[in-house]
Design a protein around this ligand. Structure first.
Ligand SMILES: Nc1nc2c(ncn2[C@@H]2O[C@H](COP(=O)(O)OP(=O)(O)OP(=O)(O)O)[C@@H](O)[C@H]2O)c(=O)[nH]1
Ligand SMILES: [Mg+2]
Length: 616
């Protein structure tokens, strides 16, 4: 077995927000991959619009820096549990990983998940305690907790002996000893060169595992992955081995390697490197690109199962087809199936209704990002309430269960515990981190988490952080009683007016402004009772000839609560839908008229599929 001493391949892994992308910024900037006068900004790798807006990484991405003549291929990964599939997809490209741990938060559930992934692939970990610039950092304690985590997950004794560095990614430095004054990120790059094993290369004909796909309007499909054996060059004849072991022959177009944000065209690339190649029209993630003489497949990428599902359907509201560019079943179906090419933890199934598809993902945010992306591309459609995916195992009904971690102030503990017990959560741990910061840990069925995020933010007045992670399947614990009140439903089509909305506000809190077009069955607010209340918000004040001294005083409306897409998905019940168009997000009852709803009082036990049928 040979080594390539001129390359290191590392993945950067951590819990959400622990500073991965910021650390990549520091490595890129200080290794001078940019021109001196180039304006590059921050969170450079979060290049996708939604990533920039939300300040989180959604997709794993490749970059590279050169340090002391060695190219370090870097894979930045997302830390949010809903995008765990991205970590699973790319982790096998690396030989080592930087495990970042926030100096205050310490190891979190997702820290454990990603470290488990990395250990499973035999990656050499380097621990970086990040954000050491923060006041109240608890470095000694965090190191102890990280050691405990390694003790729990290590499969061999040498994994316990991990290199440890201290960093402030934001301030662009890393040091090897606590308390040392840092000036740059080079101690970290030094440690990578020293501790991460250089890629081992097997001799023999080409084998490359496709871990990502990209698309260029001129070059077509671009396959990205690591070469495990042999070489690849433009115009090479290659064979691609797909999941059903069928083999397709191609001629390679161009070959690129990474440097900074650029892809460099090269005349040849060899085993150990991460490359992007063109010319393979139908290749999929997980396929092996091999020599036609020996088309041997590498092990395929394993991706965890989705835990929640919701329907995506053609927009059946009275406003359907008005605002989107792509509104038909064919367009919706084609778009959803296309998403499967790169979004590996997503599943799409046809349903009994030709206009509706069942889409399964790893969490509400995973599906919400897809919905938002499609809406911005011009798609118009409707989605149902997310539901946990149950299964039958050995004849028993089982459901997904998650670990929920909450960090909040002491004053909210009572109300949160009460809310969560109604959602079948069980408190598994609670400790005070000092300064009145309480950490609560619960075991909760996924179904109990649906609709919880908004309630949590309201209950803690935004002073809380919640994180969840999938634990496994457990026996079904029974239905949860409804946790939300009834809604205010528009009783006729028209334009909402101040007078009508003012009347509605006597019944509850409204979601829309005067001037909004509404239709019968559209949800326009929430009330405190359990039942839905029809309201005529288009009703103008009766004109009279007599001027009264008080009646003409302008009515002052309370500001409506505007629900974002994620809040809307979190809000709806199973007899409701979210209508999504490039211009608007509307909530509606599945059955639009009051009479229909009275006839068909939806039972929470009915599956999404049964209800979809009832709606059509
Ligand atoms: N004080 C301080 N803040 C930091 C440091 N590193 C990152 N941050 C801040 O932490 C926040 C999250 O940073 P990111 O780099 O986006 O974190 P991430 O791990 O890439 O997050 P995801 O990719 O979404 O999981 C940003 O507001 C950063 O400015 C640090 O060393 N010190
Ligand atoms: Mg990031």
């Amino acid at each position: 077995m040979n080594y390539r001493s001129d390359i290191r391949n590392i993945a950067i892994i951590a819990h959400v927000d622990h500073g991965k992308t910021t650390l990549v910024d520091a490595m890129l900037k200080q290794s001078k991959v940019f021109r001196d006068n180039q304006v590059v900004g921050e969170l450079i790798m979060d290049s996708n619009t939604l990533e920039r807006e939300k300040g989180i990484t959604i997709m794993a991405k490749n970059t590279a820096v050169v340090y002391k003549g060695v190219k370090i291929n870097i894979i930045d990964t997302p830390g949010h549990a809903d995008f765990s599939g991205e970590v699973e997809r790319v982790i096998s490209m690396a030989d080592g990983c930087l495990l970042l741990v926030d100096s205050i938060e310490g190891p979190m559930p997702q820290t454990k998940f990603v470290l488990h992934q990395a250990m499973g692939k035999g990656l050499k970990p380097i621990v970086v305690i990040n954000k050491i610039d923060r006041e109240n950092s608890r470095i000694a304690e965090i190191i102890r907790l990280t050691q405990d985590l390694f003790l729990e997950l290590a499969t061999s004794a040498d994994q316990l002996n991990f290199p440890l560095l201290y960093a402030s990614a934001r301030d662009g430095f890393a040091v090897t000893e606590q308390g040392m004054k840092g000036k740059d990120i080079f101690p970290l790059l030094e440690c990578i060169l020293e501790k991460v094993p250089p890629p081992q290369i097997e001799s023999g004909p080409l084998q490359m595992l496709v871990s990502n796909l990209d698309y260029d309007s001129h070059k077509g499909r671009i396959a990205i992955g690591r070469i495990w054996r042999g070489k690849i060059a433009p115009h090479d004849s290659v064979a691609s081995v797909s999941s059903d072991e069928s083999v397709t022959n191609y001629e390679i177009g161009e070959v690129f390697t990474y440097l900074g944000l650029k892809r460099l065209k090269v005349a040849e690339a060899e085993a150990g490197d991460i490359v992007a190649v063109t010319g393979l029209e139908k290749v999929s993630i997980g396929d092996t690109i091999a020599s036609p003489d020996r088309p041997e497949a590498l092990p395929r990428i394993e991706i965890g199962e989705p835990t929640i599902e919701m329907t995506f359907g053609v927009n059946t509201s009275p406003f359907g087809g008005r605002e989107g560019r792509f509104c038909t079943t064919r367009q919706l179906r084609e778009r959803l199936y296309r998403e499967l090419e790169t979004n590996l933890s997503l599943r799409v199934e046809d349903t009994d209704s030709p206009d509706t598809f069942l889409v399964k993902g790893r969490g509400e945010l995973h599906l919400a990002i897809l919905i938002e992306t499609m809406r911005r591309e011009g798609y118009e459609f409707e989605v149902s309430m997310p539901e946990a995916i149950t299964k039958i195992v050995d004849g028993n009904l089982v459901e997904p269960v998650e670990a929920l971690t909450i960090d909040t102030k002491g004053e909210y503990v009572g109300v949160l515990t009460e809310m969560l017990s109604k959602r079948q959560a069980q408190l598994s741990d609670m400790h005070n981190n000092g300064h009145d910061n309480i950490r609560l840990e619960f075991h909760i069925p996924t179904k109990g988490l649906i609709g919880f995020r908004s309630a949590f933010l309201t209950a803690t007045r935004g002073e809380g952080i919640m994180n969840t992670i999938f634990l496994g399947y457990e026996p079904w614990r029974g239905e949860i009683a409804p946790t939300r009140g009834g809604v205010l439903v528009a009783s006729e089509q028209g334009i909402a007016v101040t007078y009508g909305l003012n009347n509605a506000q006597e019944r509850g809190v409204t979601f829309i402004e005067p001037g909004t077009s509404v239709y019968e069955g559209m949800i326009v607010g929430i009330n405190s009772r359990l039942q839905d209340i029809p309201v005529n918000i288009c009703k103008e004040k009766k004109k009279t000839n007599i001027r009264s001294s008080t009646s003409d005083i302008a009515v002052k409306l309370t500001h409506p609560i505007k629900l974002s897409l994620e809040q809307s998905i979190d809000f709806i019940n199973n007899d409701e839908l979210v209508e999504v168009t490039p211009k608007n997000i509307r909530l509606r009852k599945k059955l639009l008229t009051h009479a229909q709803r009275l006839r068909n009082i939806a039972s929470p036990r009915r599956s999404i599929k049964a209800q979809t049928k009832a709606c059509h």
